[in-house]
Ligand binder design. Structure first.
Ligand code: UDP
Ligand code: MN
Length: 255
């Protein structure tokens, strides 16, 4: 198949960034249908990302963009991560890029791929099954206070009739960003579909999906939503107390 999957990844500088992006870049090496739109939360594109794309040999299947989150929306040191939405600016820039560069590739698939989750290669084979005009959905592991958050299907397993979400189940689409991918034509038909800062905690997924689909139109994938092919893992904040001591002496371990 010639269908391309455009994976949109917001990313920002921190000690574990290179490790996270290396894991993802190796996934791209294994899945030829993937095109990576990697959007740095920064005023410039960085050599760290450019070199990484080069080392994985995927520069021709990548687009490196950058846009900095405005300071009023940026998390501060000790803020809990949920007080502000993350990746809004970056995902919207990627959507603008896609809408102007799709070259009539209305058959592409769009997926929002955070840099710290764990993805199976099999997930991308599932995405290739997404029909024109539809949004594919599947379970996500380790999210929302559950082992697995998943869509619930009707008796013949063809339609989504609900969700097992425990956290804010009243949301129009109570699913994680990693739980769906979208047929490109929907973004072209619905130019108003963008991410917004002006939404309640946990409503970012519902905000984008409400412009594009309904629950009834969702396309269940991953073995009738029984297989878990993506996990919402989160990397712990790196502790660098000894590194900071070294740097006070003008030295560093990675110098
Ligand atoms: N992100 C970003 N700038 C930030 C914080 C996060 O670009 O200031 C990116 C991050 O690299 C990830 C996505 O936004 O790809 C979602 O962030 P995170 O994984 O921290 O969110 P959570 O796992 O809590 O949903
Ligand atoms: Mn994350």
């Amino acid at each position: 198949t010639l269908t391309k999957i455009y994976a949109i990844t917001p990313t920002y500088s921190r000690p574990a960034q290179k490790a996270e992006l290396t894991r993802l870049s190796h996934l791209f090496m294994l899945v030829p249908s993937l095109h990576w739109i990697i959007v740095e939360d920064s005023n410039v594109t960085t050599p760290l990302v450019t070199n990484l794309l080069h080392r994985a040999g995927i520069e021709k299947r990548s687009t490196q963009l950058n846009i900095k989150t405005p300071p009023e929306f940026k998390l501060q040191g000790k803020d809990p991560n949920w007080i502000k939405p993350r990746g809004v600016e970056q995902r919207n820039l990627a959507l603008t890029w896609l809408r102007s560069h799709h070259d009539n590739d209305h058959h592409g698939i769009v997926f929002f791929m955070d840099d710290d989750n764990s993805y199976s290669v099999e997930l991308f084979l599932e995405m290739l099954k997404i029909q024109p005009g539809r949004v594919g959905v599947w379970p996500v592991g380790l999210v929302g206070g559950l082992m697995v958050e998943k869509p619930l299907l009707n008796d013949d397993k063809t339609q989504v009739v609900g969700f097992n979400a425990a956290w804010r189940p009243e949301r129009p689409f109570p699913i994680d960003m990693a739980a769906f991918a979208i047929s490109m034509d929907l973004f072209i038909k619905n130019p108003q579909a963008v991410f917004s800062y002006d939404v309640q905690r946990g409503y970012q997924e519902s905000e984008i999906l409400r412009h594009l689909t309904t629950r009834e139109q969702l396309q269940p994938l991953a073995n009738q939503c029984r297989d878990v092919l993506v996990w919402h893992t989160r990397t712990e904040k790196t502790k660098l107390t000894s590194e900071e001591a070294l740097q006070r002496q003008g030295k560093r371990s990675d110098g």
